[in-house]
Every structure is written in structure tokens, then in C-alpha cells.
Design a protein around this ligand. Sequence first.
Ligand code: SF4
Length: 415
Amino acid sequence: MKKSLLVQPSYPIPNKSKNHSNFLPIGLLKIATYLRIQEKEIINPDQLVWGERLINFKPKKIYVTSLFTYWSEYVEKTVKFYVSKFPKAKIIVGGILATLMPNYVKNFAKNINVFEGIFQEAEEIALDNGAAYDLADEYEVDYQIVHAMRGCMRKCDFCGTWRLEDRKDYDISRVLNNILRCGAKNIIGKKRRNKVIFYDNNLLANNHIEDLLIGLSDLRIDNKRVICESQSGFDGRIIRNKPILANLLKKARFINPRIAWDNSYSDVKKIQEQIEILKDAGYNSKEIYVFFLYNWEIPYEEMYMKVTKLWDLKVQIADCRFRPLNQVYDYYKPQAWRKGQSSRSYFIHPLWTDFEVRSLRKLVRWHNISIRHIGYEKYTHIYFSYLDKLNPKKIKKYKSTKDIIQKELQLKFSD
Ligand code: SF4
């Protein structure tokens, strides 16, 4: 008898992105493994659903996962739907939103349960038995998501990691065996999953990082080498202290290495050094990304300087618009150039304006296109024209997006 239902709310993402590693409900897949092994439950693919679905069985337990706080309304809608359809079921809401704002979530409906933090038992069982990727076969998932550790020893103000997770390293042989298990053909799902995406928030902080990287470099799944990527990038400060790690990352076939430049422009030398270390290890500058938090305490003028410096260094930018960790909505529309939007629609940092947020995004987009197509004058020309139009000295005197669009620059681009 089917007892449990696993639910990922319908977030505002295109259907095709459900196969994207950002949105695969890996926590629910781990819970499914836990239910199968610990509770001896049969879990079929129809027990994992997105959003509000009419299902043909009466679940006794409903596990709802949650993501970013600014998508809270989707979680609320989903919870209310299942409470109304299955008033006798036990509803458990876990995940990022539930952990960061448990009291807010408790108010979504009467008698729901909020689970804070990591479901460690499910995590451990899935580490030794594999997450239930077979439930997501519909989305043709051709990668596996791995955690070799949890938490982070740093405490960056804007980051939720250290609030969400305790610091813990997993045994490397368990991690490597699990990668083999989940990737093996015909064992779980139809795909051979030799692409491994690490969700660790600070992978290099793992006390056994060298063993992990050496283990990965030797790993084969059905004679295919394992290809790795770190979702959250690498802590460049650790790379600077221990450059050998960059060589080990390359040997372990980590692609698209990302480091972060979150603080002020004055870190420029350190960032440059980190990029040089990655290049010395064999990475082409085009495949290196620098994370870039904007709409944050570093003002537009300084971010603009960072963009121009990263153009000199010929690396790409992974931009990230800051939202506070208790922000419960975000209606930012990239195409709203003409009218602009106010902080009633989305969070605009007091040091930023709507126009600056859009301008930075625009610059980054053309920066990346130009880096990827170095040598194509057409793209560089467009990029340079934006750099000129969006120079902070030029846009400073305008008070609102509307002023700029209508009266002065007559910029008619959409994002
Ligand atoms: S180093 Fe990264 S993961 Fe750690 S607290 Fe800072 S932003 Fe978060």
C-alpha cells in the first residue's frame, strides 16, 4: 500500500529546467531511499510529484520540500492544497525555507509539521544506498548530486549555509562507492550517470579533500571517466593557501571552476592570484567563472570596476542578485526596462537603484558573451558600447530608471 507522497512545489521555472541540477529535489530522493529501506515502504514514481496534483491514492504522510525564502508563496500554495485534499495526512515541510523561517511556514496551515535542518538519517542511508533517482527518470536526469560534506566554517553575512547545516565531513570511501553505485548502468534508472555535481557549499574545506580528489581522478563508471562540477564553486582563499588543490581538481576532471569575489575591489590581487593558479593547473581562462554578488553592500561603481577587471583577466562572471534570507517574495522582471520596478516588487538594496541592478545584469550578460566569443568583434563592440553607456559616472545623475530610458540614454534593450 502506498503511504507516502513526496512533493516539490511548482516553482516558477520552465518545464525543461526540471532536469536542471538546481531543481532536482535531491532531498526527497534521499527520503524515498530512507522510506524504502528503513520503513520498508514501496515507493513508485507516481509518489513523487511537482506542485498540486490530483493523485489516485490517499497518502498518510506528505513530505513537502522548500527552497529559497523568496519562493515561499509556492510552498504555501502547495501545502494548502494538500491540507485541503488530505486533511488526515501528516504533512511535513522541510528544506531551506522551513529551516530559515520555521514559524512563518507553520502559519501556512493548521497542524502541519515543520522539519528544520538536515534529515541526517535519510542522508546517511542514501549515502550507503544511493538516492532514488529512478523516481525522477521522467526528467531524464543524466547526472548525480553528491554531498561529500556539509556546512562551512566561514560565516558570510549574506549566506544561509552556516545557519542551515552543521559542519560535517563524510567518509571518502562511502562517497566514492556511492558515486559508483548511483552511476552504474541498469542499477538505478536507465542512465549511466558519470557526471557528478557536488552540492557541498565549501568543497575544499573538507578535511579529506586530497583523498577525495585523488579518488575521483581514478574513478570510472562502466569504463567512462567521471566528470565533476562544484555547484557552489571553490573557496579561492583555500586555493591560494594550497595551490596543489587546483592541480588535483583538474586531474579529478572538475569542469567550469568558480571562485567568488564577493567583497570589495581591494581584493583584486588575491582574485587575480587565484585565477592564475587555476590557469597554471591547466584551466583555460574562458572556462573559469567568478561569482559576483550584486544588489549588495558593494555599490554599483565598484562592481563596474570589477567587471572591467574581469574583462582584462578574460574570465566569465556568475552573477547572483542578493535577496535577504527572510525575503518572502521576488517579482523581479528582467524585461521591465522601460517602466522599471520598485522595491515593492523585489528587494533593492539601499545602496542600489533598480536601474543599477538591471545595468549590472546587462553588463555581465554581454561580458560573458564577449568572453565566450573572443575574437568576434561584433560582440566586443556591443559590450564596449554598454560599458560606455552604463559607466557609473554617466548614470549617476539620473534619479530613476524612467528618467534614463525616456530622457537621456534612450536605452531600449531588454535583458
Ligand atoms: S564561504 Fe561560501 S558557503 Fe561559506 S559562509 Fe561564505 S558564502 Fe557561505
